[in-house]
Design a protein around this ligand. Structure first.
Ligand SMILES: [Fe+2]
Length: 502
């Protein structure tokens, strides 16, 4: 009797298990499919509406935040099973069973709705790129992964996975080209409805002469691209100019138009600092395609120096596209992944780039070492989340606690930041107090280059602030004098200051 009972109960458990799995699958597919379909309406991505059942599957498989939803659906499925097979519902009328099923579906939809609201990144998970790759190289972008005096890194993409790319370069005014093969990394983006496969090409040019202007072209099956140029950093300190921008993130075509103007007006800018949030959806390649398209006439000839923002990082989900697409120096803090922090010296200026998405405490020892060991006249930092926010409740306490005292101690001149979607310059700050002159403290900046704007409130430390204004900034360094100007798209100066070192 005992054995029979045991077999019967094992069979019932198996049935319960299978029934729970079926309930769970139905809840997940129905819940996510319907919510994604409703959320997809009104977006630019018609594919979301056409493919919403397929979307439900990707939605479940691809983004690990969905584990929360899966767990909730599993618990719900188990409860439904218990209710229908074990409890009072066993003898309940068919009407009551149908009502119980409907209730379960409504609850699962509410859970799915809540998850999508909390994590907008889950919406329109299947996307399409407006800028698909072709056999002609595009998105040509300059970065540094080594010393700016003697190296230059060039990246681009093509649709040809099998073919090695080639780049040729020469110092301007000379005849003979030197050819270099690219290293190719195939990249498959299954969530894209079009152009899923691309090849990313990288060339690091080494052994270049300092303070030299070079020409280069990228080759492909039918010829060579237009000639682009870059100039290596000077070996000895000389006056130079560089640019700084805040979040491009949203309104990338408007950002591109702003940067085209900046390039036209300041062709001598040596490189551009970008304070992070280059794109809105760092996990989605189509956003990067748009960024590189919008930047195509700028960063093909001027080095991009980025810091990683929270959107590039997909809210700490996965920054792999940022690191895949941007080859950066591997000389940063042990406390964060390679290329998330780095430093370089250009002329008489030190630039230290940090990842404010991750632990400020973990990066503090490296920040201190780097500042302490530098003999540069000028010291600058670049990170995303502002130490002094332009809006209430947006201060970043960890940054203030671990990094700001080091900027005080080692007399950093300017902290370039982003994230607040407004323009703000603080008074010179030291020990969290306002100082009279820049020589006595650090100026903290926030700017925005895209068209996503936040309100601003007047803060004690705010010297200059604007809302709803996209700007680019130009900094000139000459000996012990720094002059800074912020420009709008029409070239109007909206903020300026100078720093004179004693
Ligand atoms: Fe941000």
């Amino acid at each position: 009797m005992t054995n029979n009972r045991s077999h019967g109960s094992r069979g019932r458990y198996l049935q319960d298990f299978v029934f729970t799995l079926l309930c769970f699958t139905a809840l997940v597919v129905l819940g996510t499919g319907v919510v994604a379909y409703l959320k997809g309406q009104g977006t630019d991505y018609e594919v979301v509406q056409q493919e919403f059942w397929g979307l439900a599957i990707w939605y479940v498989l691809d983004v690990h935040v969905v584990f929360g939803f899966l767990a909730a659906a599993a618990v719900l499925a188990y409860l439904i099973t218990r209710l229908l097979r074990r409890g009072a519902m066993n003898t309940a009328s068919p009407v009551k069973r149908v009502l119980a099923g409907l209730a379960a579906i409504i609850v699962s939809l509410l859970i799915a709705q809540w998850i999508v609201d909390q994590h907008p990144i889950l919406v329109d998970t299947i996307r399409a790129t407006d800028y698909p790759s072709s056999r002609v190289p595009d998105g040509i972008t300059l970065t540094w992964s080594g010393d700016p005096k003697t190296t230059q890194t060039v990246q681009w993409r093509t649709s040809d996975q099998a073919e090695t790319g080639v780049l040729r370069y020469r110092s301007a005014g000379t005849e003979a080209w030197t050819q270099v093969e690219s290293s190719v990394a195939p990249r498959l983006t299954e969530r894209l409805a079009n152009d899923q496969e691309i090849a990313r090409h990288t060339v690091e040019l080494n052994g270049l002469q300092p303070a030299t202007r070079y020409e280069y072209q990228v080759g492909f099956a039918f010829g060579w691209t237009a000639t682009h140029t870059f100039t290596t950093a000077p070996a000895d300190p000389v006056p130079f100019q560089f640019g700084y921008i805040g979040d491009s993130q949203e309104g990338l075509l408007d950002y591109g138009a702003l940067m085209e103007k900046a390039r036209e007006r300041f062709p001598q800018a040596a490189f551009w600092l970008h304070a992070g949030d280059l794109v809105n959806r760092g996990c989605d390649r189509d956003d990067w395609d748009l960024f590189f398209h919008a930047s195509r006439n700028v960063f093909s000839d001027y080095t991009l120096v980025p810091a990683i923002g929270n959107h590039d990082d997909c809210d700490v989900l996965d920054p792999r596209l940022y690191t895949d697409f941007l080859e950066l120096p591997k000389n940063g803090s042990d406390g964060v992944p390679q290329e998330h922090s780095y430093s370089y010296t250009y002329g008489e200026a030190l630039f230290v780039v940090l990842n404010s998405n991750l632990s400020a405490e973990a990066q503090a020892p490296w920040l201190e070492e780097t500042l302490k060991n530098s003999t540069a006249t000028w010291k600058f930092t670049l990170w995303h989340h502002p130490a002094y926010a332009s809006k209430e409740n947006r201060d970043n306490e960890e940054v203030r606690e671990y990094w700001v005292p080091l900027l005080d101690k080692y007399k950093v001149d300017i902290a370039f930041q982003g994230h607040d979607h407004a323009y703000m310059r603080t008074f010179p700050m030291r020990d969290n107090e306002i100082k009279e002159t820049p020589a006595e403290g650090t100026i903290y900046l926030v700017a925005v280059s895209g068209t996503k704007y936040y309100d601003q409130v007047d803060r004690d430390y705010m010297a200059v602030g604007f809302e709803e204004l996209s700007t680019y900034q130009i900094i000139d360094l000459e000996g012990k004098t720094l002059s800074y100007k912020a420009y709008d798209i029409d070239g109007k100066v909206v903020d300026e200051f100078t720093i004179e070192k004693p």
